[in-house]
Design a binder for this molecule. Structure first.
Ligand SMILES: Cc1cc2nc3c(=O)[nH]c(=O)nc-3n(C[C@H](O)[C@H](O)[C@H](O)COP(=O)(O)OP(=O)(O)OC[C@H]3O[C@@H](n4cnc5c(N)ncnc54)[C@H](O)[C@@H]3O)c2cc1C
Length: 419
């Protein structure tokens, strides 16, 4: 196993870190202040702040754009929209870049490497027709539009992707989409132009072939954003998470991705690498939390000693370091196995990191909040938002229990157990 970055990845990592230090870090706290002011009534928090567009242009100038493009599917798109006109990156090579971006709430967005767009772009790269790629993938890669993934429904337990009840019925050369989705991330953004919608096409097919994925333009009649949902009080502007109703929405049948009945397969394919990216970024967020905790613990004094020397804080710092480094190795191991043999080669490893990393990050960030005292829960530090992000990721990519179920099934399968 070789987990060392290629020379290109090492170079890109240094460049991403320099971009963050020189361009993003100096403006990020002002960005959050301005957003908070808008939330308090000084403007519209859903209109992206101009600084985001400025940073996007700077990232692009530096060749730090669409870094997520996967080596095996990037093809001509890497040359046209990727970094340095080069080819896509392996998962192992992308890991340190995503980790660096994960320290910032805005860096993934300004480098066009944010969820859910990356996952949707991967779907179009892997399964999209030529016309679907031209109409939707290219503007996404170009950063002109954004997208949402509409799978989860309020009415059914969406941990099980085969239970979705919304419908996508083929009617001649059209497909008619009906149903209600929620937690569709990205729908709050004014540039969100396209939804990847999952619905039942053939209720009589076996449970893994009933559903289709359909590209539904946001401005199609019958699409309605009902509300934007706060996650533990955070609306996550400018992307947001929305509840969306689809009523007799008609789009060309050619908008079905990969043909009818392939939604389950696409959902699995989409959420494999995409979830690895979340884990990679969370390692960076946990690193940031530990860094802030250590600095605070050395700077601040109580009972005549630096906080670092009180109670069990040194041991907690050590445990956090051990936990982060262990999680990073698990992520790199999963990334390497994905690179060697694709998602089927890394089923257990990918499921394992989806459990291990958000739980690790949640604990490390919780410790950092505690060390900061009341300040840790305020908006003066990024810790409360970081905690929410880590906590949400224990659900957003499917609940821990489902991933544990996968690890256990594969483990028991070694000894002859059936599903
Ligand atoms: C911040 C955020 C962003 C999201 N973004 C998106 C998005 O962009 N697009 C999208 O489609 N969805 C998105 N989601 C939704 C997310 O994918 C679902 O919430 C998740 O899949 C769980 O589905 P559910 O909420 O219906 O929970 P349910 O399926 O109702 O599950 C509830 C609980 O039941 C238990 N459970 C379920 N299955 C098992 C099992 N096999 N074994 C043991 N216990 C089990 C677990 O404790 C689980 O948490 C997002 C969610 C959040 C919080």
């Amino acid at each position: 196993m070789d987990l060392s970055p290629s020379p290109r990845a090492a170079d890109l990592t240094a460049r991403v870190r320099a971009f963050l230090a020189e361009e993003v870090d100096p403006v990020e706290s002002a960005y959050h202040d301005e957003l908070a002011a808008r939330r308090a009534g000084a403007g519209d928090p859903w209109q992206p702040l101009p600084v985001l567009e400025e940073l996007k242009a700077k990232a692009r100038e530096r060749g730090l754009w669409n870094l997520f493009l996967p080596k095996e599917h990037a093809g001509e798109y890497a040359a046209r929209f990727g970094t340095d006109g080069g080819e896509g990156l392996t998962n192992v090579d992308y890991a340190p870049l995503a980790e660096a971006m994960g320290r910032s709430a805005i860096a993934p967005l300004v480098m066009n490497c944010n969820a859910p767009d990356t996952g949707n772009m991967e779907v179009l790269l892997r399964y999209g027709s030529e016309a679907q790629r031209r109409d939707w993938l290219e503007p996404l890669l170009d950063g002109r539009i954004r997208s949402a993934f509409a799978m989860t429904e309020p009415g059914v337990a969406s941990s099980d992707a085969t239970t979705m009840e919304a419908t996508a019925v083929v009617d001649g050369d059209e497909v008619v989409v009906d149903g209600r989705k929620w937690w569709s991330t990205g729908v709050g953004h004014p540039d969100c132009a396209i939804f990847v919608f999952m619905g039942v096409t053939d209720p009589d097919a076996d449970r893994h072939h009933r559903h289709s994925m359909v590209l539904v333009p946001r401005d199609t009649p019958g699409v309605r954003i009902e509300r934007l949902l706060p996650a533990m009080g955070h609306f996550d502007e400018p992307l947001g998470h929305g509840e969306v109703s689809f009523t007799d929405v008609r789009v060309p049948a050619a908008n079905i991705i990969g043909g009818p009945g392939r939604a389950f397969e696409i959902a699995q394919g989409r959420l494999g690498p995409g979830r690895v990216h979340h884990c990679m970024r969370l390692i960076g967020l946990a690193e940031l939390a530990l860094e802030l905790a250590c600095k605070r613990a050395l700077e601040r004094t109580a009972f005549g000693k630096p906080l670092a020397n009180l109670g069990g804080n040194r041991e907690r710092i050590a445990d956090a370091r051990i936990a982060i480094d262990s999680a990073r190795l698990l992520v790199l191991d999963a990334a390497w196995k994905l690179d060697q043999g694709g998602p089927l080669n890394a089923l257990s490893e990918v499921a394992a990191i989806k459990v291990a990393v958000p739980n690790m990050a949640q604990q490390v960030i919780d410790f950092a909040i505690q060390v900061h005292g009341g300040a840790g829960l305020s908006e003066d530090f990024p810790l409360a938002g970081a905690f929410t992000a880590a906590r949400a990721l224990r659900l957003a990519d499917g609940p821990d229990e489902v991933h544990r179920g996968m690890v256990a099934r594969l483990e028991l399968g070694k000894y002859g157990a059936r599903r």
